[in-house]
Each structure stands twice: as structure tokens, then as C-alpha cells.
Design a protein around this ligand. Structure first.
Ligand code: GDP
Length: 197
């Protein structure tokens, strides 16, 4: 399925403009600059469809991308962007929360965590929400090339340990680098097994 053509499908600033929930969705969430667009590009091998940028917090909408005839990849706006105005920040976060807790065709959220920095309160907040709404999610450690392999393993263990009592988490913790391509194939095959309509 990740060989299919990726096309931009819709952008939503408010939940009323979400596309009809006809196909299953896999969403990508995380703090701004976590490497989300790079990962979506690497997974689909279609560089440039999902825009990467060095300006954190640029994506203010939820973006829906169709992958081939069916599944949708969904790019959630990055949170924790230090320089955004409070009211703007609140609006994005509300939108993300609403999406992950109410979207009926959402089959999986990939929550991206920077391997170097680990989980932050905002990540935990989102995890708590997904636990409450029983939204299936998995943790993806990004930018593994920026630390020593031993630190990647340590971080994965720490995350697993912190979330071991959680119920909606899908194990294992995945580790990727969009820069070197490490872990991309494994993540692709895990996501290819996400149930579809
Ligand atoms: P987003 O804001 O979460 O969409 O993050 P981007 O994909 O735009 O990446 C943010 C920054 O991190 C950019 O400067 C990327 O070049 C860099 N980056 C993304 N993935 C990796 C990675 O796997 N390794 C390294 N070293 N840098 C990365």
C-alpha cells in the first residue's frame, strides 16, 4: 500500500471540514520539529507531498493525504511550538484533541517522540486522551541517527516502561531515522497491517 501514489486530499481547520469518514485513517502526531513530515515522506517515498520545514508550527491545519485508492494518512499539526500565540496554540490543540478522540475511522495514531529528548508533558497529555477514548496508538522514536545506538535502546526501554500499564498502546516502540532510512521498512510493514475498511 505504501507504493501507491500519495495525493493531498483535504485540509481542515475545524472539525466540520473533516472529510466524510469513509476510509480508514492513520494519523501522525508529535511536537513540532519532531520529524513528522520527513517521516511521512520517507514512508511513502514521495518527497515533497508532505511539506517539511525548518519553521516549526507552520502546519496549522489537519492535512489528509490519500494513499492509493483507500487509506488516508493524516498529518496533525505539531504541538508545543514555543513561539506561537497562545490563542492560536489552543485552537490547534483543541482540533488535534477533537480529532484523535472522536474520529470514528481513525485506526492508528503514530505518536512521534524525538529520541534525544524523550516524552514531554504535551505528549503525555495526548496519550492520556487516547487512553480515555480508546484510540489505538503506537510510539515512534524519531531521528535515531542523532544519538548513540545504546541511547536509542535506553530511550525505547524508558518509554515502554512508562507506558506499560496503558491499554490502547500498540507495541513495540518503533525506532526510525528518516535521514538514514533505519527502521522505515519495519514501520511500513507494521502500518500495512492496520485494519482497513
Ligand atoms: P516536523 O515539524 O515534525 O514536520 O519535522 P520535519 O520533518 O520538518 O523535520 C524537522 C527538522 O528535523 C528538519 O530540519 C529535518 O531535516 C530534521 N530531521 C527530520 N528527520 C530527521 C532524522 O531522521 N534525522 C535527523 N538528523 N534530522 C531529521
Amino acid at each position: 500500500v505504501f507504493r501507491s501514489k500519495l495525493t493531498f486530499f483535504a485540509a481542515a481547520k475545524v472539525s466540520s471540514s473533516f472529510p466524510p469518514p469513509e476510509v480508514s485513517e492513520i494519523a501522525f502526531a508529535g511536537r513540532s520539529n519532531v520529524g513528522k513530515s520527513s517521516l511521512m515522506n520517507a514512508l511513502t517515498r514521495q518527497w515533497g507531498v508532505v511539506r517539511t520545514s525548518d519553521k516549526p508550527g507552520l502546519t496549522q491545519t489537519i492535512n489528509f493525504f490519500q494513499l492509493g485508492p483507500k487509506p488516508c494518512l493524516v498529518d496533525l499539526p505539531g504541538y508545543g511550538f514555543a513561539y506561537a500565540k497562545e490563542e492560536v496554540k489552543d485552537a490547534w490543540e483543541e482540533l488535534v484533541k477533537e480529532y484523535v478522540t472522536t474520529r470514528i475511522n481513525l485506526k492508528r495514531v503514530c505518536l512521534l517522540i524525538d529520541t534525544k529528548w524523550g516524552m514531554k508533558p504535551r505528549d503525555q497529555e495526548l496519550i492520556n486522551l487516547m487512553e480515555k477514548s480508546q484510540t489505538q496508538y503506537q510510539i515512534v522514536l524519531t531521528k535515531t541517527d542523532t544519538v548513540f545506538p545504546v541511547d536509542v535502546a535506553r530511550r525505547a526501554m524508558q518509554v515502554r516502561e512508562a507506558l506499560k500499564k496503558n491499554k490502547s498502546i500498540v507495541q513495540p516502540v518503533m525506532m526510525v531515522s528518516s535521514k538514514t532510512g533505519a527502521g522505515i521498512r519495519s514501520l511500513r510493514s507494521v502500518l500495512a497491517k492496520v485494519p482497513r475498511f
